[in-house]
Design a protein around this ligand. Structure first.
Ligand SMILES: Nc1ncnc2c1ncn2[C@@H]1O[C@H](COP(=O)(O)OP(=O)(O)O)[C@@H](O)[C@H]1O
Ligand SMILES: [Mg+2]
Length: 274
């Protein structure tokens, strides 16, 4: 009779078979041609175990396809993460909700990502060091883990994108490619002088994403003051579209960076323990 159905994908028990015999060459070749890398990797073990434990044939199929499915999900996640281009790799695992000045219910609501599914925008604004970038990155990482696509930009990146594509008139196409992502983040608006290209890039992005995709931005200024950063007509048109369906999360207080630095938590002590 069959072994009890396995609920977890790995590891396959090998019953003391040290190295299971390799697959016949023609089977290997077929699995390569059909692009089933995870089946190919696990099949020798699964086949050996199935033989030793007299599995029902359907158990073999289940074990192999479970491996393929899990393996594909893992690599799709890795690809989504790499494509997003996150700045640091930090996630909610390192986030302390109580260190943020954003009310806990707001943090909780943002973490559900329902706003992304509703194609609403998010504006995080407040002084430097209050966790704006961290929040956007943690939300972005969470979105990627949930199967969503994210694209991370700084305002400067948008300027570069625009310059590169203006030469051959492919800006619209380039923006459309960016908007394959479900959530587009533009981090750090307002810290550096905004170039004409970057301002135009932001406008083009926000305009093309309007009611189609979520845009999340961080800034040390409230968007109502963006006309201090860029030409007034461009700022008005951008902010109008950005804020129509937007959640505003205001961060305040002292810089978490500065508090950590002053507490001596910003560095590992040199030469010994504290
Ligand atoms: N809620 C939080 N939990 C843990 N660390 C935080 C939190 N908010 C900010 N930090 C830390 O403070 C520093 C500054 O945060 P950052 O997101 O770069 O701020 P901002 O983008 O507002 O300038 C980072 O090292 C970040 O990890
Ligand atoms: Mg920042």
């Amino acid at each position: 009779m069959s072994a009890t159905p396995r609920t977890k994908a790995a590891p396959v028990p090998t019953l003391g078979i040290p190295t299971p015999p390799p697959l016949p060459e023609d089977v290997e070749a077929l699995l390569r041609r059909l692009r089933l890398p995870h089946v190919r990797r696990h099949a020798p073990e699964v086949v050996a175990t199935a033989k030793a434990q007299r599995w029902e044939p359907v158990e073999v199929l289940r074990a192999l396809f479970t491996e393929e499915s899990a393996g594909r999900e893992r690599s799709a996640l890795a690809t989504r993460r790499a494509t997003a281009g996150f700045p640091t790799g930090k996630t909610f695992q390192a986030w302390s909700p109580e260190a943020s000045s954003i009310p806990a219910p707001t943090q909780q609501a943002l973490r559900t990502l329902e706003w992304v599914h509703r194609r609403e925008n998010l504006v995080v604004c407040g002084p430097s060091g209050t966790g704006k970038t961290f929040l956007l990155e943690a939300l972005g990482q969470h979105a990627v883990e949930q199967g969503l696509r994210v694209a991370w930009f700084t305002l400067e990146d948008l300027g570069v994108l625009l310059r590169r594509h203006r030469a051959d008139d492919t800006v619209t196409k380039a923006i459309a490619r960016v908007l394959r992502a479900d959530l587009v983040v533009v981090d750090d608006i307002g810290l550096l002088p905004v170039s004409q290209d970057a301002a135009e890039g932001l406008y083009r992005l926000v305009d093309a994403a309007y009611e189609k995709r979520s845009v999340a931005i961080s800034s040390n200024l409230h968007p109502a003051a963006f006309d201090e950063l860029m030409p007034k007509t461009l700022a008005t048109a951008t902010v109008d579209r950005l804020l129509h369906h937007a959640h505003i999360a205001q961060t305040s207080g002292k810089s978490v960076r500065l508090s950590q630095a002053l507490a001596g938590d910003g560095v590992t002590p040199l030469g010994g323990t504290r």
